[in-house]
Ligand binder design. Structure first.
Ligand code: MV4
Length: 530
């Protein structure tokens, strides 16, 4: 009716300022994004489910909107609803974080079609890299090395056996729609291939609704090294260095580092060029990561590209001085990258993922209410967290509570610093991976970085079976002292009894006498202060 009303501009909103961002995520990454927005003078809107009322990410943002019940399918995964919320509350952009909707092509497209800025790569690049066979085809065209194998789905077991004979055993069957190891089967002999193909197809169908499976030569005992890429909308694409991610369990990374001991400046350049070539072939814009396997001979192979900001991005930030989340926002607003090459990494950064999983019981998820929290601080420490005292940890979402990240001049100093930081850290109320990380920092093989992607799972029984080192027991008690000094009211008894408890059951009445001595000291000290 009114001539003054105009429909939204049809052109892609590629170069316009961002004033208000809806953060379509929760936990530590939502806090991280809110911080980046704040520093850039951009307003942020948090969204939260019933399980996240009053959560840290809600208070980290300028505004907040309730979006539904706890299950993600009824809250953080309701893309159409999130777009409605963004429009209704005056957001001009959406940041998806990682997980949830971050790599859903349809959501990236829907955000764009709603006239909002998508803080991530084009929907087309997400789609191209989402299919592992399409990603291989792109990488091959770009001259990026890939593992010997096919780019087309296997027709049947006969064809699989022919190809396996050609590449040589062992081979790996992989789901074309895959990722995260689902639908993967190692085949070591011709007699196993028919049944492996059948079960890989069945698993792929169940997990992805697509039973296409292809074949690769199986690389034994490689490292997982990934390259962080930043690409702007003006044709500049830069590799900003590698992350070493071999310390993983069941496809969940536990510890990440930058740089990697296995990457020389010369290899860094070659892997960086290979990553940039693959990204450019996909028409990539924004922050992304190319995953590679690096074998013992120093040969590397492109696996896949992650089209999102990753959990482990802080280690790259610490050794490059770049703020990757700020760059995501600036690139999405149309800014040009002011550099064509990244500097060599400065110092060493390590990240430990602090999860609510009990290492003493097979990393079983642990739930409860955070009753006490003492965060490490001092030189070279960074805490990216999404918890506080009072936070209820349930089973609706990922068990990662926070990331503890350190930076130091050398790898040795970074390990010493992480050890010190883990000793200061106290989390009460749920079991956490903290004790596991402490043991890792003392492990001789980890300290030499004599690891590959299979190392941790083989190592775990020995790592968790042995009694905790004396130093760890003392550390737990020191944590209790620090906590007692911080919290003088009401929590004294709890600190004395529980502050030194660790996930491996060091605690309580069967605690070594030295530990109980420290805990008593902590209690007496805080009583004296009252
Ligand atoms: C491989 C491989 C060995 N050879 N491909 C795991 C999930 C998916 N991203 C690809 N993965 C692998 N592909 C060939 N040809 C070993 C793995 C692999 C792995 C890769 C990276 C990090 C952890 C891993 C754990 C197990 C297997």
């Amino acid at each position: 009716m009114s001539a003054a009303r105009r429909s939204a501009p049809a052109a892609a909103p590629a170069t316009r300022p961002i004033r208000r961002v809806l953060i379509a995520n929760r936990g530590e990454i939502a806090v991280r994004i809110a911080r980046a927005c704040r520093e850039l003078g951009i307003e942020s809107i948090a969204v939260y489910s019933d399980a996240d009322v009053g959560a840290p990410h809600v208070r980290a943002a300028d505004h907040s909107v309730h979006i539904g019940p706890a299950p993600a399918a009824q809250s953080y995964l309701r893309g159409d609803h999130l777009i409605e919320v963004a429009k209704a509350h005056g957001a001009d952009a959406i940041h998806p974080g990682y997980g949830f909707l971050s790599e859903r092509e349809w959501f990236a497209r829907a955000v764009r079609e709603a006239g909002l800025i998508w803080i991530g790569p084009p929907a087309e690049a997400i789609a191209a890299m989402g299919s592992k066979t399409a990603a291989r085809t792109l990488a091959i065209a770009a001259g990026t090395p890939v593992v010997p194998g096919t780019t087309e789905a296997l027709r049947d077991a006969t064809q699989a056996a022919e190809l396996a004979a050609q590449f040589g055993y062992p081979v790996l069957l992989k789901a074309a729609a895959g990722g995260g190891g689902k639908g993967m089967r190692v085949v070591r002999a011709p007699g196993e291939i028919a049944s492996a193909l059948e079960s890989a197809k069945r698993e792929a169908q169940n997990a992805f609704g697509d039973d296409a499976v292809y074949i690769e030569k199986y690389i034994e005992g490689p490292r997982h090294v990934e390259i962080q890429v930043l690409a702007d909308a003006h044709g500049t694409c830069v590799a900003v260095g590698e992350r070493e991610c071999s310390i993983q369990r069941r496809h969940q990374k536990m510890i990440e580092e930058a740089p990697s001991v296995a990457v020389s400046p010369e290899l860094r350049k070659r892997m960086g060029d290979a990553a940039v070539a693959a990204a450019k072939a996909a028409g990539y814009v924004n922050a992304g990561t190319c995953e590679f396997l690096l074998d013992a001979h120093g040969d590397f192979y492109f696996l896949e590209m992650n089209t999102r900001i990753q959990v482990e991005h802080p280690v790259t930030e610490l050794v490059t001085g770049l703020d990757l989340v700020q760059w995501q926002l600036r690139i999405a607003a149309g800014e040009k990258l002011p550099f064509a090459e990244a500097p060599e990494p400065r110092g060493w950064a390590i990240e430990c993922r602090i999860t609510s999983e009990d290492p003493a019981h097979g990393f079983l998820p642990s739930t409860g209410r955070i009753t006490a929290l003492h965060l490490p601080s001092g030189p070279g420490i960074r805490w990216d967290g999404g918890i506080e005292v009072g936070t209820t940890v349930g089973l609706s979402y990922d068990p990662m509570l926070a990331k503890l990240i350190v930076h130091a001049p050398t790898r040795e100093a970074a390990i010493a610093r992480m050890r010190r930081a883990l000793q200061e850290l106290v989390i009460e109320g749920v079991e956490t991976s903290c004790e596991f990380h402490l043991r890792m920092m003392d492990d001789p093989e980890y300290r030499r970085s004599a690891v590959d992607i299979q190392w941790l799972e083989a190592k775990l029984p020995a790592l968790l079976g042995a009694a905790p080192p004396e130093e760890t027991i003392r550390a737990a008690a020191v944590g209790a002292v620090l906590l007692a000094e911080r919290d003088r009211e009401g929590r004294v008894r709890q600190v004395a009894n529980g502050g030194a408890r660790t996930s491996l059951g060091v605690a309580g009445s069967d605690a070594p006498s030295e530990l109980r001595g420290w805990a008593r000291l902590a209690r007496d000290e805080s009583l004296r202060r009252r």
